[in-house]
Design a protein around this ligand. Structure first.
Ligand SMILES: C[S@@+](CC[C@H](N)C(=O)[O-])C[C@H]1O[C@@H](n2cnc3c(N)ncnc32)[C@H](O)[C@@H]1O
Ligand SMILES: [Zn+2]
Length: 185
């Protein structure tokens, strides 16, 4: 059991703009929760970390996916892609936002405002709710490396940007057709 603790960052880099708490999540390990009602449109917290090149991000994603296979407590990916050239590695202790889990039915989204990554409420969030956004991963052949356990009624089973859900559904349908066992004679 993870001990309930305050989400105050260890430095001033990403002090939340609203009151938040870190606690155990049914989705993955620790999640970030609202301590107060948050109105739609509110900036909640900044996603901070080390700015790295896309090439270095690729290397770190591969390494952390490998590590995740034997250690599920630590998340598989903490890299946030800023653009084609740069990403943020948010796997640093001062980045409280690194605990935010993905959902197929999120209450928040990310927005890059003047080069900073903000988590913003996309609907009114009640005190006690877990803050969740869609990680926005493109549909790629490695999609099975990112199964989704968000538990929402809209869950598509994998961590994928909503724009790619039709592609994912086609791939899953095709797979279920090809994996049918042949009828016995
Ligand atoms: C940014 S980290 C989230 C941090 C995590 N909650 C923690 O305690 O450190 C992202 C990783 O958390 C896990 N995760 C987040 N949302 C998930 C979901 N909906 N289903 C399954 N795993 C999830 C995956 O391993 C993912 O790569
Ligand atoms: Zn889901």
């Amino acid at each position: 059991m993870i001990k309930r603790k305050s989400a105050q960052p260890s430095n001033k880099k990403n002090e939340p703009l609203v009151s938040l708490t870190l606690k155990k999540s049914s989705i993955h390990n620790v999640g970030l929760y609202a301590n107060e009602d948050i109105a739609k449109g509110t900036k909640i917290i900044e996603y901070v970390g080390e700015k790295i090149t896309a090439k270095e991000a690729g290397r770190r994603v591969d390494a952390s996916l490998e590590n995740h296979r034997s250690n599920h407590t630590h998340g598989a990916v903490y890299i946030f892609e800023l653009n084609n050239r740069y990403s943020i590695d948010g796997d640093v202790p001062y980045n409280t936002a690194r605990h935010i889990n993905h959902s197929c039915d999120p209450n928040a989204e990310t927005d890059i405002i003047r080069g900073k990554v903000w988590i913003i409420a996309i609907r009114d969030i009640k005190a006690g709710e877990e803050i969740l956004y869609n990680y926005g991963y493109e549909f790629k052949e490695d999609y099975k490396d990112h199964p989704c356990l968000c538990g929402s009624s809209r869950c598509v089973g994998f961590i994928i940007h909503e724009d790619s859900w039709p592609q994912l559904r086609r791939a899953l349908k095709k797979e279920s057709r090809t994996s049918l066992t042949p009828r016995s004679k």
